[in-house]
Each structure stands twice: as C-alpha cells, then as structure tokens.
Design a protein around this ligand. Structure first.
Ligand code: GLU
Length: 281
C-alpha cells in the first residue's frame, strides 16, 4: 500500500507529479493499492479549490484511488490521542516560546545548534519545572508540544529503517532537534499526523522526496514510541528548476495546468520524469 499525500495549498507541479507517479508505479508493480491522502491540518493555508484541482490533475495523469479519501482535518482527535501517549511516556514538553523569543535566544548563544533545515530549537522550555509548566498551562498560556528528542531516543534505544534507494539507515532523530509535534494553533503537526495516518491506512511503503530524509529519522522514532507498524521507505530524487532549486508551488512554468495548456500529454509528463522514474523502478 502506497500513498500520495499533498497539502492543498497551491497548484501541483512536476515535482508532485513525480511523487504521485512513483507511489502509483510501485503499488502497481507489487499488485498493491495506491491511496490519496489530503494533508490539510493547516486550515489557514489549505483551500477547497486546490483540493478539487489536484484531484482533477491526478485523474488526468491516469491515476485512480479508493474513496473515501482520508483528510487529516477529520482526524484531529487521533493526533491528540497520539500526543497523549507521548505525554504519558514523558518524552514531550510544553513550549511557550514565541518565534521572536527563540530567535533572540539563538542569537545570544555562542554557537547555536544547526540542523539540515537551519537553526534548531535551543531547548529553553525543556528546562522548566513541572510546577511552572502546570501553572502556565492552567493560566491559559498558549503552548506548543515539543519532543524531548534526547530523552525519546534514550527510551527507544538504537533503531533502524530501510530505504529502497539509500539502504539500511540507523535512525538519527536528533538531526531535527526538539521538533514541534503539536503546534499552538492546530494541536498537531506534519510529523505526528503523518505517522498516525500511515499506520491507520496500512501504508507499507512510504514514497516521498529525498528532501524529507531527515524527517524519516524522526518518524521512525515516533513509530517506535507509539507502537506503530514500521513501513519501508523509498525517497525519490527531486525535480529542480533551471537554477537547481527544488520546485515550489509558485513555479508556474512547471505547473501541471500550464504544461497541459501548452499541449503536454500525460505521457509527455512521464517522459519528462523518466530519468527519476527509472531510478525508482
Ligand atoms: N504533505 C507532505 C508534502 O506535501 C507529504 C510528505 C510525505 O509524503 O510524507 O510534502
């Protein structure tokens, strides 16, 4: 079972087409099922029209999926339950910091901790005592929940995961630091929702871009802590623009709608992605 899990925050481009086709082809080859999942926890950025448009684009590409489609916004209680389990294990803590406070703190450090996506959270709220935490929560102070990654990794012990292109990996969840697992505003995060959903949907092969490799280390740890089944992964290469940058939703030249209007056919899309699809076959 594979899945393509877009967020309906803009039009699909060639990079999305590759992610969807990799998931589709690998499911087809194994006689499995391809699922579509709508990752719409951030209601401020997601729009219904993008969801309809992306489904139409995927159908145009020749893909089909069983209904009903899972929408993350329908499952917030599942993510809250998972967070509750992590709280019971003592591996998360409330974080009251604002973005500005985190930046000031990091600037004041002699050498700020860096991860693959920039600065890591300096750990300010990890040091708060239980009494202060409880009092601030009781007073209604807004807070996110962060993973205490050092503690979580110690609880889990050494764990590994397998990627079809990259081989066996020892999980190094600390690369992303104490990530937010439940945002102040939405009560969950990409990381938490994705591991809960992949397990709930029986996804046995997670396919996605290799820009998310660092996240997989963390996801593997979360699966372990939550007692979830462990899938296999296949991280695909990224489609880049002429300047070598990863495509973004604002890159209209690579938008599937734009290409289609220019007369590119679904098999033409496959041709443009053949270099990467071959690598994943
Ligand atoms: N919604 C995520 C994205 O669009 C999905 C990533 C994943 O497949 O885990 O990047």
């Amino acid at each position: 079972m594979t899945r393509f899990a877009p967020s309906p925050t803009g039009p699909l481009h060639l990079g999305h087409a590759l992610a969807a086709l990799v998931a589709w082809d690998l499911a087809a080859r194994a006689g499995g099922t391809f699922l579509l999942r709508i990752e719409d926890i951030d209601r401020t950025r997601c729009r219904q029209e993008f969801e309809e448009e992306l489904m139409a684009d995927l159908r145009w590409l020749g893909l089909a999926w069983p209904e009903p489609v899972r929408r993350q916004s329908d499952h917030l209680t599942d993510y809250a339950a998972a967070l509750g389990r992590l709280r019971a294990l003592g591996v998360v803590y409330p974080c009251f910091c604002t973005r500005g406070e985190i930046e000031r703190e990091v600037r004041a450090m002699v050498s700020a901790p860096h991860g693959p996506e920039g600065l890591l959270y300096p750990g300010t709220c990890r040091a708060l005592g239980a009494e202060e935490r409880d009092a601030r929560i009781a007073a209604g102070e807004g807070h996110a929940w962060r993973l205490d990654v050092a503690r979580a990794a110690a609880v889990a012990g050494p764990i590994a995961w397998h990627d079809r292109r990259h081989g066996r990996q020892s999980a190094q969840p600390e690369v992303l630091g104490d990530v937010v697992l439940a945002r102040k505003d939405i009560g969950t995060s990409y990381h938490l929702a994705v591991v809960v959903d992949d397990a709930a949907q029986g996804i046995s092969l997670v396919t996605r871009g290799e820009d998310l490799l660092p996240c997989t280390h963390l996801h593997r740890l979360l699966q372990h802590l939550l007692g979830l089944p462990v899938p296999e992964w296949a991280h695909h290469p990224l489609v880049r623009d002429a300047a070598g940058r990863r495509l973004a939703k604002r890159d209209h030249a690579a938008g599937l709608r734009t290409l289609r209007e220019q007369g590119v056919t679904p098999s033409g899309i496959r041709d443009r992605l053949a270099w990467a699809l071959r690598e994943m076959a």
